[in-house]
Design a protein around this ligand. Structure first.
Ligand code: ADE
Ligand code: ZN
Length: 334
């Protein structure tokens, strides 16, 4: 593929469905808040200023340490602006982000409303200034357990609407089971929210099946290890379950040794709806432009394939129909 085509691909308009709000925080932003608050966070940074961690479980604890300096609704509003500036620079025109009441007021509904208000205000300003649209997915944290998840689900249900449009779960996939969270997912579904959960990133295809059957999710975060059982792959196709694939994250965390070993192309070729996201871009040293460039170089994806992937993303987006139509038009006229 020539330089000119790669340049065009990197600059395509993009939809991104899987982006952790705190995980998108630039390290300099977190360091700035830490020094304002006199918190010593030096242990979570490398000498070059990037986040320092050894493996996935350590990543989760560094993530939580970084998040600990985000204290007020205003902090989250500022973070929202920083995230959307970066996304817009990468050509993202529509994003959905995982936001956790656990980090925004500790699961208290009154506090959550204040955090959400500040985030939404910043998102509205970014939409007016940069033409990027954001929607929120309230997210529980698996390793905090099913009881804590109920507080997150209540926050989700009480603030469900045009902006909070989904409920999800991140955290340590090796702790507990998807079905332990059925009560929270039922509450979210009854409030009209769309559903997603992290599955098939660390555990195998059975985890993906359990997520679809027990939590009745429309989308799966990662889901890539479904490829190890073609019956699960067929189930995803039959039920039109969309995968939020984050190739750079999977390679950086060692789920796959290199991009050429990643199953995204096999999944796409078989007919699984796949989309592209960054997960936690500064943690994994990636951006949406980088993801597109890498996929073009590794698998030969051209503009038509990326256009299809973006149509898949907008079909599976957890937004209202007016927003969907408006974003699709933006993606198509580019
Ligand atoms: N939280 C942030 N990033 C995550 C990931 N890749 N998997 C599970 N939980 C996460
Ligand atoms: Zn994730």
């Amino acid at each position: 593929m020539d330089e000119e085509q790669l340049h065009r691909i990197a600059n395509l308009p993009k939809a991104e469905l899987h982006l952790h709000f705190e995980g998108a925080a630039p390290p300099a932003f977190i360091r700035g808040l830490a020094s304002e608050r006199n918190v010593d966070l030096s242990s979570i940074f490398n000498p070059d200023g990037s986040y320092a961690y050894r493996d996935f479980v350590h990543f989760l604890s560094v993530y939580e340490a970084a998040t600990s300096v985000l204290k007020t609704p205003q902090d989250f509003g500022r973070l929202c602006t920083a995230i959307l500036e970066q996304a817009a620079e990468n050509g993202v025109v529509y994003a959905e982000s995982f936001i956790s009441p656990d980090f925004c007021g500790g699961g208290d509904l009154g506090a959550w409303r204040e955090y959400l208000h500040a985030i939404q205000e910043a998102a509205d300003r970014a939409e007016a200034d940069m033409g990027i649209t954001l929607r929120g997915i309230v997210t529980c944290i698996r390793h905090f357990g099913p009881e804590q998840a109920k507080s997150a689900a209540l926050c989700a249900a009480e603030t469900a609407g045009d902006w909070i449009t989904g409920f999800g779960m991140g955290g340590d996939e090796n702790k507990g089971n998807q079905r332990d969270f059925a009560y929270s997912y039922d509450m979210a579904r009854e409030a009209g929210l769309k559903l997603t959960t992290h599955a098939g990133e660390w555990r195998g295809p059975q985890e993906v099946r359990e997520a679809v059957e027990e939590l009745r999710v429309q989308r799966i975060g990662h889901g890539v290890r479904a490829i190890e059982d073609l019956a699960v792959v067929d189930m995803l196709i039959e039920r039109d379950v969309t995968l939020e694939v984050c190739p750079g994250s999977n390679v950086f965390l060692g789920v796959y040794p290199k991009l050429s070993a990643h199953p995204i192309e096999k999944l796409r070729e078989r007919g699984v709806p796949v989309t592209i996201s960054t997960d936690d871009p500064p943690f994994f040293h990636t951006t949406m432009k980088q993801e597109y460039t890498n996929l073009a170089q590794c698998f030969g994806w051209d503009e038509e394939i990326f256009a299809q992937v973006n149509r898949t993303a907008m079909k599976a987006a957890f937004c209202d129909e007016d927003t969907r139509a408006k974003v699709l038009k933006k993606l198509e006229t580019a």
